[in-house]
Design a protein around this ligand. Sequence first.
Ligand SMILES: Nc1nc2c(ncn2[C@@H]2O[C@H](COP(=O)(O)OP(=O)(O)O)[C@@H](O)[C@H]2O)c(=O)[nH]1
Ligand SMILES: [Mg+2]
Length: 426
Amino acid sequence: MADRCFVPAGSRSLRPSTAPSHTLHLGRIEHAGRLVDEVLLAVMRAPRTYTREDVVEISCHGGLLPAKLVLTALLANGARLAEPGEFTRRAFVNGRLDLAQAEAVADIIRSRTELALAAAEEQLAGKLSQRIRHLREDLLGVLAHLEAHLDFPEEDLAPDTAASLVARLRDGRTFLETLLRTAPEGQILRRGVRAAIVGRPNVGKSSLLNQLLGRDRAIVSPEPGTTRDTIEETANVRGIPVVFVDTAGLREADDRVEQEGVRRTRTAVRQAELVLHVLDASEPFQPEDEQHLATLADRKRLVVLNKSDRPNRLGRVPEAVASGLPVSCLTGMGIERLKDAIQRTVWAGELRADMVEVMINARHQEALRRAREALQAALDALESGATFELVAFDLRSAIDAVGEVTGQTTTEDLLDRIFGEFCIGK
Ligand SMILES: Nc1nc2c(ncn2[C@@H]2O[C@H](COP(=O)(O)OP(=O)(O)O)[C@@H](O)[C@H]2O)c(=O)[nH]1
Ligand SMILES: [Mg+2]
């Protein structure tokens, strides 16, 4: 296909199909006798390629149209478009990446902060895979012991051997629990957290969104009720992707559009993991504020005292407000401290540094939970003197579940689901 579209520059007419591996060639793509674009064409032969298959990569000029026309030329010469994640799936099927590493490729592409990217790069480098493999091999070792014994049931297991098997299974369980504890933070890094900005009209919610984003995204106006729809934008807060949702404000509205805005505010609050409740500290504390405070009492919440550049006129306030964070969206005062508070609130922070390398995703969590249950069942069976057949059965389920993380045990359905979420061409 490349031979049919690619015309090398210069007199030396080297065809891609005869080019040596890992070489780069200047030339042009032609289609129906016409020049499409000047390109660089890379020839990489199996097995040292992304998919472990022969690969030709064409670099054309940036911009949508050159890429589209080069693609058209290739399609006309017998190529077809790749499915979402097809290249990475081939890399997995051909054994260049395991499943956790393949998922890391998607995480890298989607990452929104440097910390999220760093975690994904560690996963691609195989940090999680290594530990999962060790765990699986340990459990396989215990299983081999038990199975060897199944063949000689007349011999009793030496007491110290039995004790060492129990100890190894317990170590496995402890390690599973350590991995499972990384799941909430793993989720936060991958998906981000949603933080709703709420409060009475005109207290400075839209101003706060703009401050947190570092640019003017929402319209700020002295007129109450300006923000009628919810606006959401992602900001990087100390490495955590936070989706801030600026809301229309909570109040009894007369006008239909504003009523709809208030309804959307309620939905945004329900969906948020964190609520920033903004108060205007230059005004007396109002019954409406008190009511909002009560409504949001059971939520993960930060009280933000805005307009602190002006004299404080809040008056007598409940403890939750007195301990609120003073900020000024006019001068930027207090915004960095607010970011620290957001980080502390959403991030448990108990994570050991080396665990940042192995932050599991929702699929891993589900598989490892099953593994933990099966392992616990195996331990219970072993300690209560059940037959080795029973122990081995539970242990095998645990090993299979652990193997799902790296794809040592897998199904076509699962692969379709994982790679279906990739973008095309990856
Ligand atoms: N002095 C002062 N004015 C502010 C501050 N934050 C917002 N404002 C003003 O308060 C008004 C309402 O702000 P806006 O962000 O639209 O409030 P929203 O209705 O809660 O979204 C605007 O005139 C802002 O300029 C602040 O920290 N200090
Ligand atoms: Mg607003």
